[in-house]
Design a protein. Structure first.
Length: 224
């Protein structure tokens, strides 16, 4: 009976993890949309909601620690709880990056954009799809899906490099100071999205470890 209760707690934990993942994905989507549309009210809403994500992370972290202390799980169950603790940190960091992007939107404000935002929203879509699939792989214990997410990280890195080169050229051209500042802000936004994809990769790697007990060939990217 105790084990049945424990496994129900594990299922509840997974549901709450998905809830946090959904909140974080929504924050990223709204932050990028606020930047693309220069919607300052939407950007501020992203910032205002960050405390909810932080509170849920803290609650789930406490739940994980209590399960370890009270239930003394073994083998795969212990790996699952440990991997969940680290995944909570990943999701919290993604939420922070959403706030960072919203702050970029606020800093740029209503100033004319130096270029149409095409690649940054595209990069955001790629990173968000990776994050969604990573969470699905984690909950489902789907190793193939997790490995596929890891493989897609290179495409995000390549797009980030292209955005970096383009914006760096604008900075080197010695344009007006305001335009240079905007280029720098957009560079930061692209960097935040690249980091989000890295955290999605982390979650996928942990999904593989949770199921198999082995580390994948490349090391986890623990980025702050």
């Amino acid at each position: 009976m105790a084990r049945q209760h424990f496994h129900q707690e594990l299922k509840n934990l997974q549901l709450e993890l998905l809830k946090m993942g959904s909140m974080v994905q929504k924050a990223v989507s709204e932050a990028v949309h606020s930047l693309e549309q220069q919607d300052l009210e939407e950007a501020q809403r992203v910032l205002d909601k960050d405390d909810e994500i932080d509170a849920l992370e803290e609650s789930l972290e406490q739940a994980c620690l209590q399960m370890i202390m009270l239930q003394q799980p073994l083998a795969r169950d212990l790996r699952m709880i440990g991997a969940t603790l680290k995944t909570l940190t990943d999701l919290e960091r993604v939420g922070d990056y959403a706030c960072n992007i919203a702050e970029v939107a606020l800093r740029i404000g209503k100033a004319p954009l130096i270029k149409p935002l095409i690649d940054i929203p595209k990069m955001a879509d790629m990173a968000q799809e990776m994050l969604k699939d990573a969470l699905d792989a984690f909950i489902e214990g789907d190793i193939q899906k997790a490995e596929a997410v890891c493989q897609r990280d290179d495409a995000v890195d390549a797009l980030y490099s292209a955005i970096f080169d383009e914006l760096e050229d604008k900075i080197r051209q010695g344009e007006h100071g305001d335009r240079v500042n905007q280029a720098i802000h957009l560079l930061f936004a692209a960097r935040y999205l690249e980091r989000i994809a890295d955290h999605a990769t982390n979650i996928s790697e942990r999904a593989i470890y949770m199921v198999t007990g082995r580390r994948v060939a490349h090391q986890l990217k623990e980025k702050s």
